[in-house]
Design a protein around this ligand. Structure first.
Ligand code: ZN
Length: 248
């Protein structure tokens, strides 16, 4: 298991909860010394243009600090996906998040759609045909769903009132089809002590383990996850680590 991280992700690039000071540090504290870290390169214009309009890219570029970090974040998802294809499961510890970024717009603390940039690159390079994106964030990833609507890259966002039902929904979707890779939009804002008040650390471990075991059956073990939401710094690191421990 590799953790993709760049020290620039510690920068406060905006005034939203995903960009808050101390958020990355809360996760690093739990992972450092336990997992190997690798640094990403920024995504290129060509990478971004597979899923975003030039107008949208230029609108983000008006803020050079934000643009630099948003490109690194998308580059982190690319590296995670490339490692996954080489048989190395990986977790992109990146920000800003991406799943609310559509072709020509973005909202909800997102700017570029990191997971979409990564999968579109794999697809353009003929490394994959079919992929499943499992989004465990509290919120529906409208950007990701929009970008891949009608394609062989399937998007699934489980919603349930109880954690057992939530896990059952994940289990059922992971049994249905064969894919080339399994990509996870890993948001932690569904946590018991986070906005959604639903999933415990044990649940995050269970979900990570379920994804690992299913990936071995449906996509030759190829799996990667990218960070989306998760805002309570007191529990975020613990939940991220539990998920990664399950996934690895
Ligand atoms: Zn969210």
């Amino acid at each position: 298991m590799k953790i993709i991280f760049h020290s620039k992700f510690k920068d406060v690039y905006a005034s939203d909860p995903a960009a808050k000071a101390g958020r990355m540090e809360a996760i690093l504290k739990e992972l450092e010394g336990k997992y190997d870290f690798v640094e990403p390169e920024p995504a290129t214009q060509q990478d971004l243009k597979r899923v975003h309009s030039q107008r949208h890219i230029d609108s983000i570029r008006k803020n050079p600090h934000l643009y630099e970090i948003a490109c690194l974040s998308a580059g982190g998802a690319i590296l995670a996906s490339e490692l996954a294809m080489k048989g190395q499961p990986s977790f992109a510890l990146i920000r800003p998040p991406g799943h609310h970024a559509s072709y020509d717009s973005s909202w909800g603390f997102c700017f570029f759609n990191n997971i979409a940039v990564a999968l579109a690159k794999l697809k353009a390079e003929n490394k994959i045909k079919k992929a499943l994106i499992l989004d465990i964030d509290l919120h529906f990833g409208d950007g990701t769903a929009n970008i891949f609507a009608g394609t062989e890259i399937r998007y699934f966002h489980p919603e349930a009132d109880k954690s057992e039902e939530f896990i059952e929904l994940i289990e059922s979707v992971l049994q249905k089809e064969i894919y080339d890779v399994l990509a996870v939009s890993a948001g932690f804002d569904r946590g018991v002590e986070d906005w959604g008040g639903q999933l415990s650390s044990e649940d995050y471990f269970t979900i990570g383990r379920l994804i690992k075991q299913s990936a071995e059956k449906i996509c030759q073990g190829r799996r990667f996850a990218v960070l989306e939401g998760g805002y309570n710094h007191k529990v975020l690191g613990k939940n991220v680590k539990a998920f990664i421990d399950g996934l690895s």
